[in-house]
Design a protein around this ligand. Structure first.
Ligand code: KG4
Ligand code: ZN
Length: 336
């Protein structure tokens, strides 16, 4: 029997999870509310909140899993990518815990972990598969050859998809993180009401900065004519923006599937919680004859269950690290 404690602290969520023989027994997430009023994550505040949250979060994960801390066989933590000050808290805690308990330490790549969240529940994707990983910091199309053998096929050249959602939301006077709110308002809106431009980027890379600028200029012009334009059109604005972002993402995913000939397709990361992306991918899956894999909501946004499952996969491979390991804020998902 292998019991793994997973620790996630790369951005603004402190999370701890217990994985018992590949099954998630607990997954506790302490979300930091403090950033909402600033319209984005303040790294210094995030790091301090992680310090306050980490011990109660780990205690809760152990309690919910109904185990004792002495039962834990290894501790896995997010090494990167992420905010240095945030990563340091999880990294230091994991090292201290491993040392005190005299158990192995396992480093986990946050972007790989988002993808490996698909190995928590059944059905699991089979190798090789493609994963569109869309979060607040990343937008990637990854060729997943094996659990830890990944190749980056496409990447954003500017903003990430989640960032595009959050920045658009900010322009619509919605609080941070605005992605889930755009999703919510879009349910009642008309996707064809407002037309925004589609970036013309060759290959499998993404760009969202042109869309962001187009939304900004459009809103400036419209609110000059009518100061209540945003409130009066919020649902349609959210629906039109969301459908454009989703279209950009799925068009590239289709291209990647055609180029590689792979029809085993997954999505991951915070933006994979988006209802339009999930629904449109289902339709596309039928049209393109893909096997699609959509994570449960709790495994889309940052969570330690994905760190614990990645840790479990490394544990069975005896892939441990030593205590000289330091956080890697710009850690790559795999080979480019
Ligand atoms: O994976 P994640 O929790 O953190 C990072 O690693 O960045 O992703 C957070 C991002 C935020 O940009 C948030 O607005 C976005 O995921 N997000 C959504 C939805 N839920 C979370 N974006 C659109 N629709 C959603 N339902
Ligand atoms: Zn993430």
């Amino acid at each position: 029997m292998a019991i793994i404690l997973g620790i996630e602290s790369s951005c603004d969520d402190t999370s701890a999870s217990i994985c018992i023989d590949g099954n998630i027994a607990s997954n506790i997430v302490a979300t930091q509310k403090i950033h909402a009023k600033f319209g984005g994550v303040i790294p210094e505040l995030a790091s301090r909140a992680h310090q306050q949250n980490i011990i109660p979060t780990v205690d809760e994960a152990i309690k919910v899993a109904k185990i004792h801390k002495n039962d834990i066989d290894a501790v896995a933590f997010t090494r990167g990518p992420g905010l240095l000050g945030s990563l340091l808290v999880g990294n230091s805690f994991a090292k201290g815990f491993a040392l005190a308990q005299n158990i192995p330490l396992i480093e986990v790549n946050h972007m790989q972990a988002h993808i490996l969240a698909h190995f928590i529940d059944n059905p699991k994707p089979s190798f090789p598969f493609l994963c569109l990983t869309v979060s607040g910091g990343h937008t990637q199309i990854v060729l997943v050859k094996d659990h830890f053998e990944m190749k980056l096929l496409g990447n954003t050249i500017d903003d990430a998809a989640g960032e595009a959602f959050d920045k658009a939301a900010k322009m619509l006077n919605l609080p941070y993180p605005g992605g889930p709110l755009i999703d919510q308002y879009a349910q009642k809106g008309n996707t064809n009401k407002f037309a925004f431009p589609e970036p013309q980027i060759a290959g499998l890379d993404f760009s969202f900065s042109g869309l962001k600028t187009a939304i900004l200029y459009f809103l400036q012009k419209k609110t000059k004519e009518n100061p209540h334009f945003i409130e009066e059109n919020l649902n349609d604005l959210c629906a039109s923006i969301q459908s454009k972002i989703v279209k950009i993402l799925l068009n590239k995913l289709v291209l990647a599937a055609h180029q590689t000939g792979i029809s085993e397709i997954a999505i991951a990361g915070g933006v994979s919680a988006n209802s339009s992306l999930r629904r449109d991918l289902e339709f596309l899956g039928i049209k393109e004859k893909w096997n699609i894999f959509i994570p449960k909501f709790e495994y889309c946004t940052d969570n330690a269950a994905m760190i614990a499952i990645a840790g479990f996969q490394k544990y069975i491979r005896h892939d441990f690290c030593d205590h000289s390991v330091s956080p890697d804020p710009r850690m790559a998902v795999g080979l480019t």
